[in-house]
Design a protein around this ligand. Structure first.
Ligand code: NDP
Length: 479
């Protein structure tokens, strides 16, 4: 018997993806793992899957029908390179190697180029949804050539999550496009989580509600425009009681957030591209700040405001927080899509932003109703330069902005950190501004570095002779 698809790397993600593939009509799945005991364990615990167990790369290749298609799900980085090196030896031109791990998109670009020289297709594929998604239906973001999409498309459509009848997979673009979009997905996820955390903190401190009561607030929000997986699981986490202490689990968990690095990649890449993803950056930095226990310990006695947060009307305060969360979330997504647009332009990918928002509606961590509105926005205006200027978002921001400003002011006055709320508002007001103090910065740059400036009233590039008689001269454009 031969397999039409293979999976290399049988830790939690690879095993679940292999089982998902095997459960679909018409698929036979070959499996391989560096440590063979994992392969044997998977095959013996899931006889229903009908896996073809292989113990060498040669055996793995021989068990696949042509064109051979293999999905790698190993530890991203050197592990991925090691597996590719082996597969290239046993595969032939026309075969397809898919990397479903969390690779940095520049690594994917490099690998695609190297593998392409052998005539083998290489596809970098973002997979979101954690272990449950891998098993039951993830959101899938494949890059790679059009040729490989012909073979891969139907297989991926059969295992992807379904949102409103549509599979959550689309061919994102060539080489690293899929991993780029997956990276930004994770960055948006960081922002979304931070915003929810800030909302929880404000409600907790402002109203003295218990975590279980706040869980009810989130559960209610989940019935409206904030409906999303992250809001839903927030309610579940807040409701959880620790078995040992009988206290809310959220009060027992150490308040130091971990990170596996994809948020940082999103921000680093945005800095390179010159895209202000301030919400994502603040969310990433907030995790860093939380984890610096020693710095927090020596800073505890820094002076703060005399007045703690006081709230007269809890219900209207909570509604303000909800609106601030919604407005900030719109900003975070708008910034994320801005980064995808800039990445597409810099790397020559033709990315359909509306299609991206649609494949995030199911399977992945940021799945939300709200993504339909983003799809609408790009359907109505494919070249939309700023997502939050689409009519639906303009209306929502108009409805939310007073509350948003109140929440940012109140949190600043009470000394409560709300970095994602406040930086999102600053970004929004920065975009709106008729004039920005960037004019002064240009003046300073010209003063100390003769960096020149442009004028509002005539064409050309100018420099003031700051250390001379301070007259203005026309200058070469040096930015
Ligand atoms: P891990 O990231 O823990 O990786 C373990 C697997 O990698 C094992 O199968 C291991 O083989 C293999 N491996 C490591 N180094 C090598 C090597 N040099 N040569 C061959 N095989 C190697 O597994 P996960 O299942 O958690 O994740 C797999 C991939 O999916 C990762 O890239 C991860 O970033 C990505 N991902 C994970 C998500 C999650 O929620 N966990 C979500 C989306 C993507 P062995 O058994 O022999 O050690």
């Amino acid at each position: 018997k031969t397999a039409n698809i293979g999976v290399v790397g049988l830790a939690v993600m690879g095993s679940n993806l292999a089982r998902n593939l095997a459960s679909r009509e018409g698929n036979t799945v070959a499996v391989y793992n560096r440590s063979h005991d994992k392969t044997e364990h998977l095959v013996s615990t899931h006889p229903e899957a009908g896996f073809i167990s292989t113990s060498t790369y040669e055996e793995f290749a021989a068990s696949l029908s042509q064109p051979r298609t293999a999905i790698i799900m190993v530890k991203a980085g050197r592990g991925t390179d090691a597996v590719i090196e082996e597969l290239v030896k046993v595969f032939e031109p026309g075969d397809i190697i898919v990397d479903g791990g969390n690779a940095l998109f520049t690594d994917t670009i490099r690998r695609e180029k190297a593998v392409r020289e052998t005539g083998i297709n290489f596809v970098g594929m973002g997979v979101s949804g954690g272990e449950e998604g891998a098993l039951l239906g993830p959101s899938i973001m494949p890059g790679g050539s059009d040729e490989s999409w012909v073979t891969l498309g139907p297989i991926l459509k059969s295992i992807a999550a379904i949102a409103e009848g549509e599979p959550c997979v689309t061919h994102i673009g060539h080489d690293g496009a899929g991993h780029f979009v997956k990276m930004v997905h994770n960055g948006i996820e960081y922002a979304d989580m931070q915003l929810i955390a800030e909302a929880y903190d404000l409600i907790r401190r402002g109203t003295n509600k218990s975590p279980a009561e706040i869980a009810d607030v989130f559960a209610e929000w989940n019935g409206g425009e904030l409906e999303s997986y992250l809001i839903e699981i927030t309610a579940e986490v807040l409701r959880q009681v620790d078995a040992d202490t009988n206290k809310p689990l959220v009060d027992i968990i150490l308040d130091q957030a971990g990170a596996k690095g994809t948020g940082a990649w999103t921000v680093q890449t945005a800095l390179d591209l010159g895209v202000p993803v301030s919400g994502i950056a603040e969310a990433t930095f907030a995790r860093s700040l939380s984890s610096h226990a020693e710095q927090r310990a020596v800073s505890r006695d820094l002076p703060g405001p005399a007045q703690a947060l006081t709230v007269d009307d809890a219900d209207s305060f909570i509604e303000d927080v909800r609106l601030a969360l919604f407005a900030s979330k719109i900003v975070a997504y708008s910034q994320g899509f801005d980064e995808i647009r800039a990445g597409a332009s810099a790397y020559g990918w033709n990315i359909d932003l509306g299609a991206v928002s649609k494949i995030w509606r199911g399977g992945c961590i940021i799945r939300a109703q709200f993504l339909n509105r983003i799809a609408d926005a790009y359907r109505d205006a494919v070249e939309l330069p700023v997502l939050l200027t689409a009519p639906y978002f303009v209306e929502a921001l108009g409805r939310a902005q007073d509350a948003w400003r109140r929440i940012v002011s109140i949190s600043a006055a009470a000394g409560l950190p709300a970095p994602a709320f406040s930086s999102s508002l600053a970004y929004y007001d920065g975009l709106r501004a008729e004039r920005l103090p960037a004019a002064l910065i240009q003046g300073q740059r010209d003063f100390f570095g003769a960096h020149t400036y442009k004028r509002i009233d005539k064409e050309g590039t100018f420099h003031t002779l700051w250390s001379g008689d301070r007259t203005e001269i026309e200058a070469e454009d040096t930015h």
